[in-house]
Design a protein. Structure first.
Length: 494
């Protein structure tokens, strides 16, 4: 009996050893199984540079990275939805703040950083300034800010020198601080000068500046005052709408909680938006000559995203409404233009009475929008191993050394935590920082608004009912404003 018991014990012990060895082998095999880190990058402007960064990470760590970037000017949301519903969903994806957070939060596809156990990542996440955290209630934190961005009218200082000689730099400074009425006068005189040059005088800030008697240098190629991507609804939808929204709403969070009284206060700012849009679209230049409102102005072959950038770089226009994210594209076409470009504010016919956020009309027209546009979030539906790989990548990308090398150096972007310890040489980024330093900036309330409203009710109707027409009737503008406000109220009630 003792012998039998002994045999049974030995057999049981051997079985345990075999099972333990098998289990350990399974665990080691599981641990050794390579993880593929998939990343969806919505910033098409830095697609090449982003994928190079991912390749560097793969070479340094051995972790396989598959990066997918959208094309410049392409709406990323539909592509992201397709990726998220596929069998190879990304572990990291970028979204546009509060505009897109609700969709992914409701579907359980975004990870709250409080659920990440990595203590280094917890420290990093807690150091993101409260004002820049991706949160719908101020308590949760879902995203790592990619950068801060700003936009306005881009202008090449060499173009101003060719137009005004030694006064070129003084004119650039005066344009930053001029009133809307002075800006309108400037635009009309430059437009007349393009058609028939003469030594005309332009008054800005109480000082007169004289144009060159004839077109020389870059001014010789001018076909209009403004570049205009008429086929891209986001240019006069998202970004131009955002400026007038800032007259009443000071942030995306405020816009997400907009009241009916505030919507009614947007009436006059919306008329101001249309007045400025009328000015811009009446003085458009393009690659093939002066632009005219009509079917051609919304033709992507002539007035698309790439064409507007090319027209600016080639010197066909004086102003391009764009942001510092475009620096990489401009540098790829002509590095010299990239080093000479800076921003002036998008001027609006605003009055003190229109602004409800504590600014004066003068301060408003001396400011540019600056905010966090995109966040990297972690997919809560991928495996724990993929989530851990995502955490490691985000920590690596946001190390000081790599922020300087990639985000500042290659992407020409402004880190959300930028300070004097970073070496920023990109001209457009330095221009944005100059506004930050002076506190001359407004925010991003459009990101707290329903996207179908500013893309369809405003931009879609502008494209169909106004850009297609040479002349705009007052009654049509009034009907447009009424319908836009009614549309916003209806969408917010759903």
């Amino acid at each position: 009996m003792k012998k039998t018991f002994k045999v049974l014990c030995i057999s049981f012990f051997m079985a345990c050893m075999v099972f333990s060895s098998f289990a350990r082998g399974q665990k080691e095999e599981s641990l050794a199984k390579p993880v593929t880190l998939r990343i969806f990058n919505a910033k098409g402007e830095n697609a090449v540079e982003f994928e190079k960064m991912c390749a560097d990470y793969e070479n340094q760590t051995g972790v396989k990275v598959e990066a997918f970037s959208v094309g410049s000017g392409t709406s990323a949301i539909d592509l992201l939805r397709a990726q998220m519903s596929s069998k190879t969903a990304p572990a990291i994806y970028s979204i546009r703040g509060l505009t897109e957070l609700p969709e992914w939060k409701e579907s359980g596809s975004v990870l709250d950083f409080s659920a990440v156990s990595n203590p280094t990542f917890q420290k990093f996440a807690n150091e993101i300034p409260l004002s820049m955290r991706l949160s719908s209630d101020g308590k949760e934190s879902f995203g790592v800010p990619f950068n801060v961005e700003g936009y306005g009218y881009m202008v090449d200082s060499q173009m101003l020198k060719d137009l005004f000689g030694n006064d070129g730099n003084a004119v650039l400074d005066a344009l930053r601080y001029c009133s809307y009425d002075e800006f309108v006068s400037f635009v009309k005189i430059i437009d007349a000068y393009i058609a028939k040059p003469s030594a005309q005088k332009i008054s800005l800030g109480g000082k007169a500046y004289t144009l060159a008697a004839s077109k020389t240098g870059r001014a010789e190629k001018l076909t209009g005052v403004f570049a205009f991507a008429g086929s891209e609804k986001w240019t006069y939808g998202d970004h131009s709408v955002n400026i007038f929204l800032n007259m009443v709403l000071e942030s995306a969070g405020a816009a997400a909680k907009v009241s009916e009284a505030q919507i009614n206060q947007l009436r006059d700012p919306l008329f101001a938006y249309m007045k400025n849009l009328d000015l811009v679209t009446s003085h458009v230049g393009g690659l093939k000559g002066k632009g005219q409102r009509g079917p051609d102005l919304i033709n992507s072959a002539n007035f698309g995203y790439d064409q507007s950038v090319q027209a600016y770089v080639d010197g066909n226009v004086l102003f391009l409404q764009q942001g510092n994210w475009i620096a990489v594209n401009i540098e790829a076409i002509d590095p010299a233009v990239a080093t000479r470009s800076s921003f002036i504010p998008v001027k609006m016919p605003v009055t003190d009475a229109m602004v409800k956020t504590g600014m004066t009309a003068k301060q408003f027209n001396e400011a540019i929008p600056i905010y966090v546009p995109n966040y990297y979030v972690i997919n809560a539906k991928v495996s724990k191993a993929e989530q851990d790989a995502a955490v490691d990548f985000l920590l690596w990308m946001n190390s000081k050394e790599n922020v300087q090398k990639y985000i500042v150096g290659d992407f020409k972007a402004i880190p959300y935590n930028a300070d004097s310890s970073f070496t920023i040489t990109d001209s457009l980024s330095k221009s944005i920082i100059s506004y930050l330093d002076k506190g001359a900036f407004i925010s991003n309330p459009y990101m707290g608004m329903p996207k179908p409203w500013y893309r369809d009710d405003i931009a879609g109707n502008v494209m169909e009912k106004f850009l297609n027409k040479k002349d705009w009737a007052d009654k049509d503008i009034e009907a447009f404003v009424d319908n836009a406000l009614a549309g916003l109220k209806a969408k917010l009630q759903k």
